[in-house]
Design a protein around this ligand. Structure first.
Ligand SMILES: Cc1cc2nc3c(=O)[nH]c(=O)nc-3n(C[C@H](O)[C@H](O)[C@H](O)COP(=O)(O)O)c2cc1C
Length: 240
């Protein structure tokens, strides 16, 4: 009989590939343990998914390498399941527009607020997109650049959802968003991007930031105009 479960917004089906499976595009491998609990990305799950052909040799090696790096964490095997249920609004804003929106969002759902602060703040000249050699132009031309972040979210495991805000730069998220994501073990975290922009939508943002959000459930985000009404903003946030 088909049994359905939801975990951090990911639909998990008890289908014929059960008990090992891959949730497309999320980095989750999952299985049900003997107690019927959902277990993500532990060694048995990785072995099982590999045996069943759900992941190839390359993915298998990379999953094991990641596990090896993190398994001395006492909570590793249940870290995803034990996440606290709080919501965080984290944002980067170069000229204040996204900051205003993020503050409103945090107030509307009573979430914590965290500003991602660049180690070197962006000057007006840095933000000049008409100058091919400005800092932002250089950073957005080479997507391996990781602008340093000066601060950190305290005790990130108290959150199960991060609303992640930024201005759209050259049709996608600024690369400092990748720096931010790569600071943490985000397995089991739901990440909901939001943005402000002149007019562009989210574009290929998730494709670009996805690899930096390893193991997280990265959802389709939304670009908002600055004058979006509170009710609309709140309703959008409350679906997560
Ligand atoms: C380097 C740079 C690139 C930008 N690229 C885009 C773009 O591709 N599309 C767009 O609609 N707006 C673009 N913008 C405008 C910003 O997305 C917009 O002004 C945003 O609301 C600024 O947010 P902030 O004040 O939080 O930094 C760009 C701005 C900068 C500085």
């Amino acid at each position: 009989m088909a049994e359905e479960k939801r975990f951090h917004g990911v639909e998990v089906n008890n289908n014929d590939t059960w008990p090992g499976n891959v949730v497309e595009g999320t980095g989750y491998l999952y299985r049900l343990n003997e107690k019927g609990e959902l277990v993500l990305n532990d060694r048995d799950t990785i072995e099982m998914c590999h045996r069943m052909g759900e992941i190839d040799d390359k993915e298998y090696e990379s999953e094991l390498a990641y596990l090896k790096e993190h398994e001395d964490h006492p909570d590793y095997q249940t870290i995803q399941i034990k996440r606290g249920g709080k919501k965080l609004v984290a944002f980067f804003s170069a000229s204040g527009i996204t900051r205003k929106l993020a503050k409103r969002m945090a107030d509307l759902i009573d979430a914590d607020l965290h500003e991602i602060e660049p180690e070197v703040p962006y000057t007006k000249a840095d933000l000049n997109w008409q100058d091919r050699n400005s800092r932002s132009s250089v950073e957005m031309q080479d997507k391996t650049i990781r602008p340093a972040v000066a601060n950190e979210v305290e005790n990130i495991d108290q959150y199960d959802t991060i609303f992640l805000g930024f201005p759209i730069w050259w049709y996608v998220a600024p690369t400092i968003i990748c720096t931010f994501l790569e600071q943490y073990d985000l397995r089991g975290m739901t990440i909901v991007p939001f943005a402000t922009s002149g007019s562009s939508q989210m574009g290929q943002t998730n494709k670009e930031i996805g690899p930096s959000a390893r193991g997280a459930n990265l959802l389709e985000g939304k670009r908002f105009p600055v004058n979006v009404p509170d009710e609309e903003l709140k309703a959008w946030m409350e679906q997560f």
